[in-house]
Design a protein around this ligand. Structure first.
Ligand code: AMP
Ligand code: MG
Length: 462
């Protein structure tokens, strides 16, 4: 088959990207191909085509590879020019339902946005993105997906030494980031910013086009999706790890799986990333960082909120003040589901907070499936049982996963894969794709790491 590319971003937004081909992988070897995703997207890929096209060895017909420009606040500091430094958008295609998807290669070589980097990626971090995004999709959180990981046949130099290189092929609703808006806003390129806004509305929020002020409708829609997404992360115990504004997608998908990880024992300060010394992106800070990032987006949209600057700022501030409440409603919804609660009760917030206080140090994932068995929860349980409606046992099991990608299992799978043994990765992948399935017979994927392991630390995939 061939892809039927239709590259609207390149067509509609000239001057926002640089056209250039990916690096040629010298000896591509397919490590993993996402057959289920390919089928869902109507892609009938042979393994040979996948290895060649999804590694950068050959550019498929109709692709127009490009590196996209974007800026971003990284750990709070503004970088006016980041951009795709190791990624190439191959093009866009439509799935069977007509939805438009980006197909991007990551680890595909240097671009003018690479700064000091080599543009490449190692097998471990690319498989990590594949695995964790598959888990997120199975857990019901909006996310980019991976179509394949292909080893390039060349090594990359990293702190850990010389490692086998790989390219991941990523499918995303788009790669428009808060940082994309920041790039053109910071450069004062009003026309490109306006075109980007119109494009984003048409692609992701078409109903906003008919609003009295489309920019406000766009912003409100992005807030709604982000509030829902981060609430889902919090329910899952997911720590993204680098919530820089360039890693926040306007589509509302989880994007850029770097040092992310799932929390084992519950503690609001949980963080895994080796470079986040201040704990800016710790588990409990994620909702506040979401709001901070959305404020950066609002700043770029001010000229479109109102021609009168003071009025535009007022409109933005009104909306920013409302985000915490929007998030809180989404979070309560997520947590009610986890506790098997139906309907809404004024006491639900206190009930949930009571559980969180009592469960500090307990396993985040399994505690919700064991609400009956944990002795420390006896006092809390009485309040919960008075609130909960019949049938809650089944609801709890359906809402709370048995299997998440446990850090010790992820690490072991990636170490093995780096040494050419894909079996542990495949077993783990199968387990995380069925998160709500039975516990029996899968204890090794269900249970947290044995006590006494060193604290888990993640590194950026650079
Ligand atoms: P990330 O940490 O993947 O979100 O990337 C942040 C920025 O650094 C983006 O502009 C990336 O393109 C760039 N970057 C990350 N790794 C590399 C690399 N190995 N070579 C070049 N640029 C990179
Ligand atoms: Mg990024």
């Amino acid at each position: 088959m061939t892809f039927r590319f239709d590259n609207s971003y390149l067509r509609d937004l000239p001057g926002t990207y640089l056209r250039l081909d990916p690096a040629v992988a010298p000896a591509p070897k397919l490590l993993v191909l996402n057959r289920g995703l390919a089928d869902d997207l109507g892609l009938d890929l042979t393994e040979a085509d996948a290895a060649n096209w999804l590694s950068g060895a050959t550019v498929p017909a109709g692709a127009e590879p490009a590196a996209l420009a974007y800026a971003g606040h990284q750990f709070g500091g503004f970088s006016p020019q980041l951009g795709d430094g190791r990624a190439h958008l191959l093009g866009e295609f439509r799935g069977p339902d007509g939805r438009r998807w980006d197909l991007q290669l990551k680890g595909s070589g240097r671009t003018p946005f690479s700064r000091g980097g080599d543009g490449k990626a190692a097998v471990g971090p690319m498989l990590r993105e594949y695995l964790i995004s598959e888990a997120m999709a199975a857990l019901g959180a909006p996310t980019t997906r991976c179509l394949a990981v292909v080893a390039t046949g060349e090594n990359v130099l990293r702190e850990a030494g010389s490692l086998p290189g790989a390219v991941v092929a990523r499918v995303a609703a788009s790669h428009i980031r808060v940082g994309t808006f920041q790039f053109f806003s910071a450069r004062g390129e009003a026309d490109k910013l306006a075109a980007l806004m119109a494009y984003t509305i048409a692609r992701h929020y078409p109903q906003a086009a008919a609003a009295e002020v489309p920019a406000l409708a766009l912003f409100d829609a992005v807030v709604a999706r982000q509030a829902r997404l981060i609430a889902q992360w919090m329910g899952l115990g997911f720590v993204h790890g680098v919530m820089n504004t360039d890693n926040m997608a306007l589509s509302g998908e989880t994007i850029d799986y770097g040092p992310c990880a799932f929390m084992d024992a519950y503690a609001p300060g949980t963080l895994f990333s080796s470079i986040d010394r201040q704990g800016r992106y710790a588990y409990g800070n994620q909702p506040a960082i979401m709001t901070w990032n959305l404020a950066r987006l609002a700043e770029t949209l001010l000229p479109f909120f109102d021609a009168d600057e003071a009025k535009a700022v007022d409109l933005a501030n009104e909306r920013l003040a409302a985000i915490a409440g929007t998030y809180q409603r989404n979070w309560l919804q997520v947590m009610r589901l986890k506790l098997g609660l139906l309907g809404e009760d004024a006491g639900d917030g206190a009930l949930i907070e009571g559980l969180l206080k009592a469960m500090v140090g307990a396993d985040w994932t399994l505690t919700f499936r064991r609400l009956f068995d944990v002795p420390e929860l006896r006092a809390w349980r009485a309040v919960w049982l008075a609130r909960v409606e019949p049938g809650f046992e089944a609801r709890i099991m359906a809402a709370n996963p048995a299997v998440i990608p446990r850090n010790h299992r992820v690490e072991a799978a990636l170490v093995a894969a780096t040494a050419d043994d894909m079996a542990p990765f495949e077993a783990l992948l199968a387990a995380v794709r069925d998160p709500f399935g039975p516990e029996a017979g899968r204890e090794g994927f269900v249970l947290p790491a044995p006590e006494g392991l060193a604290p888990y630390v993640t590194f950026c995939g650079t």
